[in-house]
Design a protein around this ligand. Structure first.
Ligand code: NAG
Ligand code: NAG
Ligand code: NAG
Ligand code: NAG
Length: 461
């Protein structure tokens, strides 16, 4: 369920001891503004410390309260004395002092004064009058990326959901829309990808291992966890990481390289949207035709930086290393991308050539994932979602409260503090969050010379 911060608009009235109350009877009380705040004087008698108001002057010194008619500026009490004014603006005769009011902020010990603003998670709130002597906290109604309601519900019953949730401080204060726009970044698969043929391979599905982890099979060859930042670039990071892993695996470490995702973000711009998302088929075609440089040559900045690396030509002139076994002009290329049709095809492919790229549908609750085997929980009432691409590096199965649960082990790009050290596990074999629907891989364009050399080497596993 979506936490609606409007619910916070509780009406709270604070009564302070009457003896400390000033009288409010000036004629200016309904003209709000930062008068004293702007001129910056409050103490003693300073006749010059005045501001024009309604064709006369109001004062910001202690003597403004001593004249027969109160000529203090409207914000004198609040700005100079720290005393909030009452909410009623109709006092024209000297009457009993008005109670001073403030709004309480739920979930914190804070009380904010009348007209004071406060940020609650991803919404700005203001303490406003709600009739005589009453105030309420009025808040914007954005759906926040970190929703305490989702986190608490999941964590109250983690056995039922199969996973636990956390409040991530880097996501706190952001809206769900920002999360979907800037933490994902894969444009929905186009017809072209949907129609792509799956490769057919001969293998015995029953002979596949029950558990597999690329990092254990090919230690040192698998890319680490990246943080895309607030840039919708998962399309580029996952493509570069899958290609890098496969370069190292296929060449048995001879051509271990970290390929540049920024190269894609900045240079693969045709039909792509840089930090606002990209298509995977276009990313793979770009890599196939032009190739990528390494991370050192074009480091990740997570912004729409101009393309400073020419698609062709000498890399040395740009201060970059070409592939070790390539010529001076070459870049890291790949073969045509292919699609993997089902659970066992994906597994077989990983055992043969390494991690694959998957696209998943991300809902609100996924952002809070902390550990366990993820399944979409449907706790959020909104149906906002986006597409995200990630890297499947292995699988396994685990005995859970709900029986034996098969899962994929997947690398995300939200930094190592998110999830299980940057990875997450997700239910396998049920197309959970569409993660088995658009799985893509490609062969690295490893030079023949290394392939022949690598043939001679034993497998590291
Ligand atoms: C303002 O004037 C009233 C009435 O003379 C007095 O009771 C009150 O203490 C004064 N307040 C300040 C802050 O000087
Ligand atoms: C609220 O204030 C009380 C007393 O000042 C303090 O003991 C308590 O820890 C505070 N709670 C929070 C959530 O800050
Ligand atoms: C979540 O984390 C943020 C930042 O660390 C913190 O300000 C906020 O109070 C936390 N929210 C909850 C509900 O624990
Ligand atoms: C996937 O498809 C292959 C044929 O391409 C088939 O042999 C295999 O049993 C299928 N696996 C699943 C889990 O359906």
């Amino acid at each position: 369920m979506t936490m609606n911060w409007c619910l916070l608009a509780g009406v709270i009235t604070l009564f302070l001891s009457v003896s400390s109350l000033p009288y409010y009877e000036d004629d200016f009380s309904d003209i709000q503004g930062p008068y004293c705040e702007n001129i910056g004087c409050c103490n003693d008698r300073q006749d010059s410390c005045s501001v024009p108001i309604l064709g006369t002057l109001c004062y910001c010194d202690e003597f403004c309260n001593h004249t027969r008619v109160d000529d203090c500026c409207p914000d004198f009490w609040y700005h100079c004395k720290g005393i909030p004014p009452p909410t009623t603006t109709t006092t024209t005769t000297r009457g009993p002092p008005q109670p001073i009011v403030g709004c309480e902020v739920e979930g914190s010990n804070r009380t904010v004064f009348w007209k004071e603003k406060v940020i609650v998670n991803c919404n700005e709130c203001i303490c406003e009058s709600a009739g005589r002597d009453k105030v309420e906290l009025l808040c914007e109604t954005n759906v926040c990326l970190m929703d305490p309601m989702i986190t608490e519900t999941i964590n109250r019953n983690p056995e039922k959901f199969g996973w636990t949730a956390a409040n991530y401080s880097e996501f706190w204060g952001r809206t769900l829309d920002e999360g979907i726009k800037l933490r994902l970044g894969t444009l929905p698969p186009q017809q072209f990808v949907m129609r792509m043929n799956s490769v057919r391979r001969m293998y015995d599905p029953n002979a596949l291992p029950r558990e597999f982890d690329s990092e254990e099979i090919w230690p040192g060859y698998i890319s680490g966890i990246r943080d895309q930042g607030w840039c919708g670039s998962s399309w580029a990071l996952s493509t570069a990481a899958v290609a890098s892993d496969r370069y190292a695996i296929v060449s048995k470490g001879k051509e271990a390289v970290e390929l540049s995702a920024q190269n894609l973000i900045s240079c693969d711009t045709k039909g792509q949207q840089s930090c606002s998302g990209g298509h995977l088929d276009r990313a793979w075609s770009f890599t196939k035709y032009y190739g990528l440089v390494d991370e050192e040559c074009f480091p990740y900045v997570g912004r729409n930086e101009p393309c400073t690396i020419k698609r062709q030509g000498s890399l040395a002139r740009a201060g970059c290393r070409p592939p070790k076994y390539g010529d001076r002009k070459s870049r890291y290329t790949v073969g045509p991308a292919y699609r993997l049709g089902n659970e066992t095809d994906i597994m077989y492919e990983i055992t043969k050539s390494g991690p694959v790229q998957a696209t998943m549908k991300v809902h609100h609750d996924f952002f809070t994932y902390n550990g366990g085997i993820y399944k979409h929980s449907d706790l959020n009432l909104n149906d906002r979602h986006g597409y995200h691409s990630v890297r499947i590096i292995g699988w396994g199965e685990e005995m859970t409260y709900n029986g034996l649960q098969k899962y994929w082990k997947v690398a995300n790009s939200w930094g190592p503090n998110w999830g299980e050290n940057g990875y997450f596990r997700i239910a396998r074999g049920t197309d959970e969050s569409e993660i088995e629907s658009f799985v893509i891989a490609s062969w690295p364009g490893v030079d023949r010379k290394i392939l022949l050399m690598a043939e001679e080497l034993p497998n590291p596993a």
